[in-house]
Design a protein around this ligand. Structure first.
Ligand code: ATP
Length: 278
């Protein structure tokens, strides 16, 4: 039988996976965030990362970005150990990460995704301008180029963040709750944009979300983090009462209604009160 979490390339042993997480653990002092996390991600795969508040979803993305050291195990991306400033990884940070008061133009913010964290000589400005415009066009936001980021609506800001993440044509997009603080319409729009980028360039996506429903049609696999442990597989394999009950160590009900998935009981085991499942 195949090992759970291993992608087809690894199972065949012929190709190296795009992202390989092996026996990864993260602890702060006595507190284990997750342990023995192992899975592979193949090019073009769309993976939903779900879990309670504090289950370590953001820390996982930061570990892949090389911004958070593991307590044990390894992360290999595109054949090398994870490192900071890798332009082959596009990052859509959590809503709060950009200061809305910044007097920065949208085009400058997007350009930051191109050469903001690159050492050495920046791209000539005509080339960079064309790339910025093309990235903004790809998220239908070219008209926002000259606006200050501080004046954008939540939905506009998320589209700009997606442009910033895709401008370097990354092989992997890490999106940290890109739907938070968006209404349903904009949730669908931003989900679709990230999915389109993934399809167009065969880019793999790790998409952190509290609610799988807006992206359920795009998801190949779900990585569910809870209680320091994890489950990974297709939505039908993981989003089941038996699987989540075992993960949480208590009874959890997964109800499917008109194509929507509702998890009942998980929020009772969160570290915070504000976990929402719709
Ligand atoms: N430097 C640190 N020292 C101690 N604990 C930390 C540190 N950084 C993060 N943590 C803790 O690690 C846990 C996981 O944090 P993380 O931000 O990854 O959670 P999350 O699953 O993304 O949560 P949320 O859904 O609320 O965004 C949290 O409880 C957090 O307080």
């Amino acid at each position: 039988m195949d090992e759970p979490g291993l992608g087809p390339a690894s199972r065949g042993c012929l190709l190296v996976s795009l992202l390989s997480i092996r026996g990864a653990s993260l602890a702060f002092g006595e507190r284990i965030i997750w342990q023995n996390l192992s899975f592979e991600v193949e090019p073009g795969e769309f993976i939903a990362v779900i879990g309670a508040n504090g289950s370590g979803k953001s820390m996982l993305l930061k570990s892949i970005l090389g911004q958070q050291e593991l307590s044990a195990g390894s992360i290999t991306f595109d054949g090398s150990s994870s490192r900071r400033g890798n332009t082959k990884i596009g990052y859509v940070p959590q809503h709060r990460a950009i200061d809305a008061g910044l007097p920065l133009r949208v085009s400058d913010a997007v350009r930051f995704g191109l050469d903001g964290h690159r050492f050495g000589i920046p791209l000539p400005s005509s080339t960079a301008r064309a790339r910025v415009l093309s990235a903004l066009e790809s998220v239908d936001a070219a008209h926002l180029a000259e606006k200050p980021v501080g004046g954008l609506s939540g939905g506009e800001m998320q589209r700009v963040r997606v442009a910033q993440a895709v401008i370097s044509k990354p092989k992997l997009i890490l999106a940290d709750e890109p739907l938070s603080a968006l209404d349903l319409h904009h949730q669908q729009e931003v989900s679709q944009l990230i999915h389109e980028q993934s399809e167009k360039n065969n880019t793999a996506v790790l998409f952190v979300t509290h609610d799988v429903n807006p992206i359920i049609d795009y998801v190949d696999r779900v990585l569910y983090l809870a209680q320091g442990s994890f489950a990974i597989g297709t939505p039908d394999e993981v989003l089941r009462s038996e699987v989540l009950s075992e993960l949480y160590g208590t009874e959890i009900d997964v109800v499917r209604n008109q194509g929507r998935v509702v998890v009942l009981g998980a929020h009772d085991h969160d570290h915070h009160e504000d976990e929402q499942w719709r």
